[in-house]
Design a protein around this ligand. Structure first.
Ligand SMILES: [Zn+2]
Ligand SMILES: [Zn+2]
Ligand SMILES: [Zn+2]
Ligand SMILES: [Zn+2]
Length: 598
């Protein structure tokens, strides 16, 4: 078999299918994809909601609830407790397969019949606004988090506590505004940094303490703007860099950004990995075009957020935890095997086109089944009957494919069409990564949700907040504060926000000025510190003055401090990087980066 180029059904661009890809598709008996890898990821990420929460009522117990579904939609929503109870049976909604309609049309009908959970997750204590989390306590607006407590506005926490405004943080405590960082203690503004303490404004620092405004440092102490100071001098300077003051915080932010842009960056964040391409990869091998692949990932391709011993899988958006042979899945974990075209759930085998399959095997087109085998559209069959029907349905999916509003054709082997997703596109997981405006979304034939009518009035403009946190009185808790963006940003801005008691306590303790942006806008700003899911073939920029930010002055923004293997000449190395060519950062190959910083 040789490499083949195909045209993506969705974006119409060409994409390659390599011999090893064909082998994988053959092994799991699915046809090769008709969408390019990036469009496939976008489609999977459109199947699940992100962070929009609504007030609603549980249809089973009548309790007032917080829900990821906008109220008034076509779905039956149960609170987390009712959803997980045995007061209802998902098989009651089972139905025969109808050979006069496309499969995906029938699947959407089943979605509208089977009750859906307002929020998912388990072992949630005193955290009514936490979603898709496990074992969290005293958390607020925290998503996809595990074994964490006393945290707010966080995404993907693991074993962390006292975290505010963090995105993917492991084993951290007292951390504010961080992204893809591990083992931080008392750190404010830490990006891609590990094992640091008592520091602020770090990018790609490891093992540092008492540092402020530093990039690419290893095991340093008392550094300010990448310069070594004496302990006394550092202490003195820190009196000036008082982040309790909003003015000073903004000044530091600006200066940090300048240092970040004038300091070279490695083409990818890859640690302890062998034979990999992609970004944010740690302890992995033989992984191609993988993004956020952590802890024992092997032989995977097109992975977007996955880890903990995930093996031999393709097209996984969120998944892992000792799973293998996954393909085209979103958020499938816990000993899953041979799960294809499915979302949610764990501990299941031989699953196709299912939502939230748990401890089950041999399911096709089912929703929310637990401890079940041999079901189709939530109806129970014998093993023989199941196999026969499944084969007939796959044939039917090819004979009568689903065609969406834009004419895209979905036969067997395609993930769920975005237009039958239960969520509006501007509320799905993929929206920040594949942003589109309202017109673009409607032109795709997808749903767009207008912000809810605001039932409140802003009582305090952001400019009227006290400059220093020490001057913030408890009465601030009663204010509805306007967001600086005022909904003009396409970042799901909520236009106004409140400060919670725990949050105020945290800002006081950590000496951090009150935020001027709503949590949604802060989230969008935070994501700007990392790149998206596209790889670009680029050259090392070492010694290439024309590409550095100060090119007009003819001065290199960065002067190397050590001799490099390529001497005075341009570095010949090329690589694949998530830094798009138009991005302003200076990007170095591994050798040049190591020569300068490690
Ligand atoms: Zn495409
Ligand atoms: Zn906002
Ligand atoms: Zn180089
Ligand atoms: Zn170099």
């Amino acid at each position: 078999m040789s490499s083949e180029r195909r045209q993506c059904q969705n974006c119409k661009k060409g994409f390659a299918i390599e011999p090893e890809d064909f082998q994988f598709y053959e092994k799991i008996q699915v046809p090769p994809p008709t969408w390019c890898p990036s469009c496939r990821n976008m489609r999977r990420m459109a199947w699940r909601e992100e962070r929009s929460l609504y007030r609603d009522t549980c249809k089973m117990c009548g309790k007032s609830i917080v829900s990821i579904h906008a109220p008034g939609g076509p779905f039956t929503i149960y609170c987390r407790e009712c959803f997980r109870s045995d007061k209802w049976d998902p098989l009651d909604y089972g139905r025969d397969y109808d050979f006069s309609k496309p499969f995906f049309k029938q699947y959407r009908e089943l979605m509208e019949a089977v009750p859906r959970p307002a929020l998912t997750g388990s072992n949630i204590v005193n955290s009514p606004f936490s979603h898709a989390s496990e074992s969290v306590k005293n958390c607020y607006l925290t998503f996809w988090s595990y074994f964490s407590e006393d945290s707010q506005y966080c995404y993907a926490l693991l074993l962390s506590r006292n975290a505010v405004d963090c995105y993917v943080a492991d084993n951290s405590d007292h951390v504010y505004e961080s992204l893809h960082s591990n083992r931080l203690y008392k750190v404010r503004f830490g990006y891609f940094s590990d094992d640091c303490l008592e520091s602020s404004f770090l990018f790609n620092c490891v093992g540092c303490s008492d540092c402020f405004g530093c990039v690419n440092l290893r095991k340093q102490k008392h550094c300010l703007w990448n310069e070594q100071l004496s302990k006394e001098e550092y202490k003195k300077q820190m009196e000036y860099w008082d982040l309790g003051s909003y003015t000073r915080l903004e000044e530091a932010k600006k200066k940090f950004r300048e240092l970040y842009l004038s300091t070279p960056h490695r083409y990818a964040h890859v640690v302890n990995a062998h034979n990999v391409t992609g970004d944010i990869i740690r302890d992995a091998k033989n992984c191609q075009i993988c993004f956020s692949a952590l802890d024992g990932v092997e032989n995977c391709k097109y992975l977007y957020f996955g880890g903990l011993n995930l093996k031999d899988s393709y097209d996984v958006s969120g998944g892992g935890d000792t799973s293998e042979l996954l393909y085209e899945i979103f958020g499938v974990t816990g000993n899953a095997q041979r799960c294809f075209f499915s979302a949610g759930g764990s501990n299941s085998r031989d699953i196709m086109y299912c939502d939230w399959a748990e401890n089950s095997s041999n399911l096709f087109g089912c929703i929310s089944l637990r401890h079940k085998q041999h079901c189709i559209l939530n109806k129970q069959y014998s093993k023989d009957e199941y196999e026969k029907r499944k084969a007939k349905i796959i044939e039917h999916m090819n004979a009568m494919p689903y065609v969406d509003k834009k004419g895209r054709v979905y036969k067997f082997g395609e993930f769920f069409p975005t237009e039958i997703s239960a969520y509006a596109y501007n509320e799905v997981f993929g929206f920040p990564w594949y942003p589109k405006n309202k017109e673009e979304v409607l032109a795709e034939g997808w749903e767009w949700r207008e912000p809810q009518e605001r039932a409140y009035t802003i009582t305090l403009r952001p400019n009227d907040l006290p400059d220093h946190i020490r001057n913030a009185k408890d009465s601030i808790l009663n204010e509805i504060i306007g967001c600086v963006h005022m909904g003009t940003c396409n970042e799901q801005c909520s236009t106004a926000f409140r400060i919670t008691r725990e949050e105020l306590q945290f800002y006081r303790e950590m000496n951090i000025a009150l935020p001027r942006l709503c949590p949604a806008c802060r989230y969008a700003q935070r994501l700007q510190w990392r790149n998206g899911y596209t790889l670009f073939k680029r050259k090392c920029m070492c010694s290439d003055l024309s590409r550095s930010p100060d090119s007009r002055s003819g001065q290199a923004a960065y002067q190397n401090t050590t001799p490099h293997f390529h001497g005075e000449k341009l570095c010949p190395n090329e690589f694949e990087t998530t830094f798009a060519p138009e991005k302003p950062e200076i990007i170095y190959c591994d050798a040049c980066y190591k020569a300068e910083f490690l």
